[in-house]
Design a protein around this ligand. Structure first.
Ligand code: BDR
Ligand code: CA
Length: 321
């Protein structure tokens, strides 16, 4: 590692794979995790706060400020992902309750405070519905002067998961995602196309589960709870690092291949609501020729990921502590 650690803030809905992202972020020497903010998503926001505090304690990083944020999306009702993340949002592993309570300020206030107080521009890493981020950008637009970039897990170029075309984080709060994508901040989309591919093999998951170090053991238990990918060996499926891949993309940007492309969120009611429409056409089409083209913001879209590189990086970081 060269240079000073990158100041980062994670906005999450912990969440099994959000927890894998936190475990990586607190242990990577190239990252300086300055705060964690919580939003409703995988589970209710109070559950997200509890899970986040517990994970940070298990990771040996109990001092990082954590704040509670939005308890529902801007327009939609909250719609959890309990069938993936368990009733408690953390795989129902029976984890201990945290010893501390969150900060006495809300997430937007903490985000503003930490971003403006950082001696160097902050990289924001949302791994959840973008409600807190939209509220921040609308309430305190001056924060953009000290945001280096936003690397968010969300969206998909090809196939969705919440609907055939929409990814969960964007689908949960499409209006908030639209605020982010039109904010004019340099943004990287770490979408489903790369998210689903970074899978830790079964033998590594077993080694982590047998670890005597609490953070590594928790990582193993969480990985064992991740849904199997379609091409996994059913006898030994391993576990995907999910959201943690977006944090790897900040620590080691060379591990993903990105292209700057126009991206727009579909907001209309109906089958495409929440889709990230990524324009990969090589040349303007009839819509543009007939003056009906659109002008979405440009986003660095992750199109490919070096799977082995991120699996190695994540394991070495989480186990190396
Ligand atoms: C996203 O949805 C959540 O279930 C995961 O934590 C991830 O952020 C994937 O669609
Ligand atoms: Ca998440």
């Amino acid at each position: 590692m060269t240079g000073r650690p990158i100041p980062v803030i994670i906005d999450c809905d912990t969440g099994v794979d959000d927890a894998l992202a936190l475990l990586f972020a607190v242990r990577h020497p190239g990252l300086d995790l300055r705060a964690v903010t919580c939003v409703a998503g995988n589970t209710g926001v109070d559950g997200v706060v509890r899970n986040t505090l517990t994970v940070l304690e298990q990771a040996g990083a109990p001092g990082i400020p954590v704040a509670r944020g939005a308890e529902r999306p801007l327009v939609e009702p909250p719609r959890s992902a309990r069938h993936v993340h368990g009733e408690d949002g953390m795989g129902d592993l029976g984890l201990p309750a945290p010893a501390r309570t969150p900060a006495d300020v809300d997430a937007v206030t903490l985000l503003r405070r930490e971003i403006l107080a950082s001696p160097r521009p902050v990289t924001l890493i949302p791994t959840a519905p973008l409600t807190n981020i939209a509220l921040l950008l609308r309430t305190h637009p001056e924060v953009t002067r000290n945001i280096a970039r936003i690397v968010f897990m969300g969206g998909a170029v090809a196939c969705g998961n919440a609907t055939p075309v929409a990814e969960f984080n964007v689908w949960h709060d499409p209006e908030a995602a639209a605020v982010l994508l039109t904010a004019g901040v340099p943004t990287t989309m770490y979408g489903l196309d790369v998210f689903t591919r970074v899978v830790v093999p079964g033998p590594d998951v077993r080694r982590l589960r047998a670890s005597t170090e609490p953070g590594a053991r928790l990582a193993g238990e969480l990985l064992a709870h991740r849904p199997a990918t379609p091409d996994a060996d059913p006898a030994d499926p391993g576990g995907g690092i999910g959201d943690a891949g977006a944090v790897c993309a900040v620590a080691d940007p060379a591990g993903i291949t990105t292209r700057l492309l126009p991206v727009e969120v579909s907001l209309a009611p109906g089958p495409a609501r929440g889709q990230t429409v990524v324009d990969r056409r090589p040349r303007p089409g009839e819509a543009e020729i007939h003056g009906e083209g659109r002008s979405p913001g440009l986003v660095d879209v992750a199109l490919d990921v070096d799977v082995e590189r991120y699996v190695k990086l994540w394991l070495a970081t989480v186990e190396g502590a």
